[in-house]
Each structure stands twice: as C-alpha cells, then as structure tokens.
Design a protein around this ligand. Structure first.
Ligand code: ASP
Length: 414
C-alpha cells in the first residue's frame, strides 16, 4: 500500500500551492472570472477552516485551563507557574517592544514621506479614541463576565479567568469534586480528538488562506510603504528566528530545529489565519503532543498566552508609532519613546487574538504621545500581510513560554 504523506509535508505543500496560485490570480487581474471564482472558493474554504477551529476553541480553552490549574494546584506548583508565566510574558514582550523601537530609530522608516499623501484615506477614517484610563477600565471589565455569555460569545479572556477560578475551586473542594475533574479531563481528550480531525483539513485551509493573502495585496501601496514593511518584517523575524529560539535554548537546551519541527503546524496556521485565538487549538496540540510540554503547564500557559502574550504585536505597535511620528514630522524625545514602549506592551496585552486587533489598540499608543490616530488608516491596508508575521511570532512566544516555564519549575513531585 502506498505510504501516506505526513501532515507536515501536506501543510508545506499547501503553503506553496497557496502562494503560487495567489500570485497567479493576482497576475490574471481581479476582474477575470477565473480569478473571481478562485477567490470565492478560497474564501469559502479558508473561512470554513477558521470556523472549525473556532468551533472547538471555547470548550478546549475551558477544559484545558480548568484541568491544568486543578493539576498544578494538586502538585502545589501553582505559585511558581504563575510567577514564571507572567515573568516570561513581560520579559519577552519588553524585549520585542524594545527591538521595534530600536529598529525604527535606526532605520527611520517614513522619514521623507509626506503625511499629506495619505490625507484622503485619513479623512474618511473614523478613529476610535482610547485613553489609558478608559483602556484599563475596559480591560479590567473584560476579565470578569457572566461565564455563560463569555462562553457563548467566545470571549476568550473571560473564559480563561472563569476556568482558572473554577480549577482552583475544584482542588480546594478536594475529593468531593474528583469526579468533575475526571469528567473535564475526558471532555478535554474528546475535544483534542476533534482538533486532530480538523487538522486533516489544515493543508487545504491554509492553502486557501494564503491564496487569498497573496492575491489581494495592494502592490502599489506595498511599494510606497516598502521601507516600513521591511523594518517590521525584518525585526519580527529577528525576534522570532533568533531571539526567542535563543531564550529557549538558554533556558531549556532545546535546539531551534527541534522546536521548529514541533511548532510548525501552529506557526503556519497562525501565519495563514492571523489569529492567535483561532490557532489556539493547534498551538495546544503542538505544545503537548510535539514539544512535550506537560499538559497542566501547557493548559495554563498557552491559552493565557494566546490572549496576553503578544511579542509580535508589541514590536509592531512600537515601530508603527515611530513610523507615524516620522510621517507627521514629529521627533519623539526619550521620555515619549518610553511612553510608546509601555503603551505598546499594554496595547499588545489588551489586544484579543483576532486579525488586526493590534490596529485597534494602536490608537492607545498614538494617543498617549499625541500622534494623529487617523494615521491608522494608512496602516490598515497593509495590515493583513504584517499581521501574518506578527501573529506567527505571537503564537511562537506562547509555545516557547510553555517550554521555558516547564523548565523553570522543574519536574513535578509526584
Ligand atoms: N492578529 C494578532 C493575533 O491574533 C493580534 C494583532 O492584531 O496584533 O495574535
């Protein structure tokens, strides 16, 4: 019998086919009926793949966090995991934001481009005002929601918080609730089985999403903003390909190649979907099954990371703020750059893991240093491309976080 191609190979072929077909369609011109039909079909398949991932997302997050927390508490490791996780998130995001600032200072993208060139786009754009206190209040409010509403609306951060508390209560309750822990564990296994089935469609879904991404880029705008794009993509890759693997190697001794082999399903899915949340089922699967992060650690670090830990977004928000300052001909002094640094991190933490979420919280960064919020209109048309890179690095950070935290807390005492 012929041996079946591995899922990884199929996914890589999907990536290749998607990019080539997308370039072909873009060459045909979007008016041709072949291109139109191709894009329509790709839209259907791509959306279906994302819908399937989202279908399992909420039950998966809920059960993996509740079970993870219950097991961690049972092993009395909750404190250390908490501290290590938050410590890692803040450290890696600070590094990313600093890198974004440094690169933007070094290369000065946008200098010399007149802001007036984008006047039309900016005028038609209604910017959302977001002050720091408002942002903070909104963030706090989003943490504690009616769990039924949060589950129904797929409000991941609120689901995470509720599952966390429930996990703690399950352990505090002790033997009396042992059955519920077992039930949740079984549910988690079941959902993971569904994730395995959905992943069989990944090559096709990823091909469709990348086809759309390649075919729908505005080449003219990309050329005008090329310098900025190169700075952002270059630094994002530097963070993802050099710094994060280096941290991983130093903390755990794992080689970057081994990490890449285990993580690539999730990295490619993140690139194609531009959504850390939609990718979360795949991220968890990679962390547990391929990278061998203990289930209780992965079940805690990875879902929390998908909403809070966003290195790529922090880097982007910092670099983009300086880009807008350059366009507007405003020089930001060191104190203002510090404000950009802090707000970029807050903006990244507050951004949900959905496409272009970073663009919304970007308003916070621009406003904090008095830059024109309407400038977001310039960045939006090129965001689909940049979002792909930063989401992949966001998701990478979550898996690295799981491995680093596991190494820091040491093996469980059983
Ligand atoms: N799309 C990103 C993510 O899901 C968030 C962002 O827009 O930066 O991780």
């Amino acid at each position: 019998m012929k041996k079946r191609m591995s899922l990884n190979t199929q996914i890589l072929l999907g990536v290749l086919a998607g990019i080539l077909l997308g370039a072909g369609i873009s060459g045909l011109g979007r008016d041709s009926s072949l291109a139109e039909n191709g894009l329509y079909a790709a839209g259907l398949i791509g959306t279906l793949f994302i819908d399937l991932l989202k279908m399992v997302l909420v039950p998966l997050v809920f059960t993996s966090i509740a079970v993870g927390v219950a097991n961690l508490r049972a092993h009395q490791q909750m404190h250390r995991v908490w501290q290590a996780t938050l410590g890692f998130f803040v450290f890696s995001m600070a590094l990313a934001a600093m890198l974004g600032l440094a690169a933007a200072n070094l290369f000065q993208p946008g200098k010399g481009l007149p802001l007036a060139m984008f006047q039309d786009a900016m005028q038609g754009f209604e910017a959302r005002q977001m002050s720091l206190p408002d942002f903070f209040a909104q963030f706090l409010h989003s943490l504690f929601q009616n769990p039924v509403t949060a589950l129904a609306q797929g409000d991941i951060l609120a689901v995470v918080v509720f599952a966390l508390l429930l996990g703690i209560a399950l352990v505090v309750g002790g033997q009396r609730y042992a059955n519920i822990v077992v039930l949740l564990q079984e549910c988690l296994e079941l959902v993971l089985m569904l994730v395995g089935w959905i992943m069989r469609l990944a090559p096709l879904g990823i091909m469709a999403l990348l086809l759309q991404l390649t075919a729908t880029q505005d080449i003219h705008l990309l050329a005008v903003l090329m310098e900025f794009i190169l700075v952002v993509v270059g630094t994002t890759l530097l963070h993802g390909v050099v710094l994060l693997p280096l941290i991983l190697y130093l903390a755990t001794g794992m080689s970057p190649l081994r990490f890449w082999r285990g993580a690539r399903e999730a990295l490619i899915t993140a690139f194609a979907t531009s959504s850390s949340s939609a990718t979360l089922p795949v991220t968890l699967r990679c962390a547990e099954q391929h990278l061998h992060v203990r289930r209780d650690v992965a079940g805690f670090v990875v879902p929390l990371g998908a909403t809070l830990n966003m290195d790529g977004t922090a880097l982007y928000e910092a670099a983009a703020a300086l880009f807008v300052a350059n366009l507007a001909g405003i020089e930001l002094d060191p104190v203002q750059q510090m404000v950009v640094f802090v707000t970029a991190m807050l903006g990244a933490m507050g951004a949900p893991g959905i496409p272009s979420a970073g663009m919304v919280t970007m308003a916070l960064v621009l406003q904090a240093v008095g830059l024109p919020v309407e400038a977001i209109a310039i960045l939006l048309p090129i965001d689909r491309l940049l979002d792909a890179f930063r989401t992949a690095v966001n998701v990478e950070g979550d898996m690295v976080g799981g491995l680093v935290v596991q190494a820091w807390i040491g093996e469980p005492r059983s």
